[in-house]
Write a new protein. Sequence first.
Length: 246
Amino acid sequence: MSNNIPNYWAIVPAAGCGSRMGTSRPKQYLHLQGKPILQHTLERFNFPRIAGIVVCVADDDPYWETLTLPMPVMRVSGGAERCHSVLNGLQALQQHAQPDDWVLVHDAARPCVRQADIEKLMNQLTHHPVGGLLAVPVRDTMKRADTTPPTTPQHPGWGKIGLEVLETVSREGLWHALTPQMFRLEALSNALQNVLNYGELVTDDAEAMEKQGHRPVLIEGHADNIKITHPQDLNLAELYLQQQNF
């Protein structure tokens, strides 16, 4: 790192199987507009300010070689869970990056993230001591469901129709966490390692930082930065890509 200007690196964990999609191949290799979702995702990080991209994939991944990428990427072994994959990627980056370099971790199944939002995250947090994440404020009324079985006889259709409402939760101050999430290489590595040392798992990188007492910053992005999880998400992502005319 020269002149105290940090580099920016991207890590894309892509070792999951995407079981909720109900498809024979992992969701990151399903096609949108003629190419795999993962290829779309990686291309969003193909611009000069990103010093390099690390992709975490399963060792026995048979689809990786089918990608046609316009830029070089570093492939590393994925882990059992997302947090294991990210830590593997961070450890690989330590050979190339400085401890205070920024790392943007992005979900493989978010191909619609806008480059303008990625740059907004980078620009607004460049001098922040912790980092943060793209997010969007919750706009809908939030309901908490009662997931415990009833202790007294209920309508015979209970459980077959749907869960009952336990309470309405105030949406004030609630945000949907998106990616990328951007933190310093050494700080995020230490946070994830500490969490795993205690036998815990986290679903995103910000949670690991929060558990170390840090307070990541929420940077408002766009709601079209969806994570493809269910089959119907494919059509929505296709629509968003067409609208963005990327």
